[in-house]
Ligand binder design. Structure first.
Ligand code: GDP
Length: 396
């Protein structure tokens, strides 16, 4: 069996185990390293070829697959990651990093339960950092922090361990100040600040592919001093091998971000304004794969063969080929032509249905737009998304 088939089978198995699913977004101020980190995670999870092996396709050994090459549609990518002897399905939804992004980011946030906030160690928290943190918290999405470009502190700015530690502490303090300010009036959120001690902060270099967190340092025995020494000596490959960024970040995701079963009971009342006594409301809170279909579309993309693909989060029910579904704001129903999931950045159509708690890629929903609620019964749509206006940022 080809490698790709094996991964598909593994993903299909994980789809039915919501406790092993994490739906996440990576959010950052422009240029802080979101794209570089995403590539890193995919390569680390074996979903795309490592840099330097770009022509070699990792997804399969079968000839036609190799010839086809792979292009990553960064909007939606999925990967598997083993943590504490359990495999996890990690679905990553892209949040646009440009200025005019309010609605798109919030839409992406609605589909996920955890947001990895990336902050450049040199620049620190910036206006868009504040915006994305606000959007995450407003949607009931739990944050964790990755401080990127730490290589620059060491090699360019020549900082020693104390200066570096101080700088990282300052970044964490700034992000926590944002979180505290935004959550103090929320009654359903306990403490969502991030900390090194809790393991909700990691730092490293997406460019050179190394990363650390307190749990990872305890596991590998690497100290701050060791890291500085290797980075200064330009032994970045060794640093990457000793403490690979993708493992550190994906372990953090598996450990600290809620799975759909934990997240939906808390998030549904926050993001859906319908009658919470309805069966439908219970089914959404319970991630009931036998309930009515409730699918929130986050993104529409074009596939040269399949046509329009609606991607989004399935909060309840099981979405299957042939279903006739309502699309909010339009009359009549649309018929589902195919359903699939993402593997790496590629869409894989499945013969079976996709159950609640997953990110699904659906064709046939010709009336759907990003933001549509698609459902098997007529229902109150997910509230129209509140756009948070963004100050215009000029890059220096
Ligand atoms: P995005 O706009 O957040 O997606 O940022 P990118 O991933 O495109 O990165 C922006 C720039 O920062 C690119 O030139 C990257 O090569 C660079 N970059 C990303 N991560 C790192 C890092 O860890 N260290 C250094 N020195 N540069 C980085």
């Amino acid at each position: 069996m080809g490698r790709r088939k094996k991964i598909v089978q593994e993903c299909e198995k994980l789809m039915d185990k919501p406790e092993q699913i994490r739906n996440i977004a990576i959010a950052a101020h422009v240029d802080h390293g979101k794209t570089t980190l995403t590539d890193n995670l995919l390569a680390g999870a074996g979903m795309i070829a490592d840099e330097g092996e770009a022509t070699r396709l990792m997804m399969d050994t079968e000839e036609d697959e190799q010839e086809r090459g792979i292009t990553i549609d960064a909007a939606n990518v999925s990967m598997t990651h083993e943590y504490q002897d359990r495999n996890h399905l990690i679905n990553l939804i892209d949040t646009p990093g440009h200025v005019d992004f309010g609605g798109d980011v919030t839409r992406a946030m609605r589909a996920v339960d955890g947001a990895l906030v990336v902050v450049d160690a040199v620049e620190g928290a910036m206006p868009q950092t504040e915006t994305v943190v606000r959007q995450a918290l407003r949607e009931g999405v739990k944050p964790a922090l990755f401080i990127n470009k730490v290589d620059r502190l060491i090699s360019e700015l020549q900082e020693g361990p104390e200066e570096m530690q101080q700088r990282l502490t300052d970044v964490i303090g700034d992000v926590n100040e944002l979180i505290r300010g935004m959550t103090q009036d929320m009654d359903d959120v306990e403490d969502w600040t991030v900390s090194v001690e809790d393991g909700t902060v990691a730092f490293g270099s997406a460019l050179y592919k190394w990363g650390v967190s307190l749990p990872s340092m305890q596991e590998t025995g690497m100290s701050f001093g060791d890291i500085i020494e290797l980075e200064r000596a330009d032994k970045r490959q060794e640093l990457h091998e000793k403490t690979p960024l993708s493992d550190v970040v994906l372990d953090m995701v598996a450990e600290h971000f809620p799975n759909p079963l934990n997240a939906q009971p808390r998030r549904i009342p926050r993001v859906w304004r319908g009658d919470d006594e309805l069966d439908l409301a219970h089914q959404m809170r319970d991630v009931d794969d036998e309930g009515e279909v409730v699918f929130m579309v986050t993104d529409i993309s074009m596939d040269p063969h399949a046509g329009e693909i609606a991607t989004g989060r399935l909060f309840s029910g099981t979405i299957k080929k042939g279903q006739e579904l309502y699309v909010s704001g339009t009359a009549g129903k649309n018929r589902v032509q195919s359903v699939g999931i993402f593997m790496g950045g590629e869409r894989e159509e499945l013969d079976r249905g996709v159950p609640a708690g997953n990110i699904a890629a659906v064709t046939g929903l010709r009336d759907a737009i990003a933001g549509s609620t698609v459902s098997s019964v007529e229902m109150t749509p997910f509230e129209s998304i509140e756009h948070i206006s963004e100050p215009v940022i000029t890059k220096s």
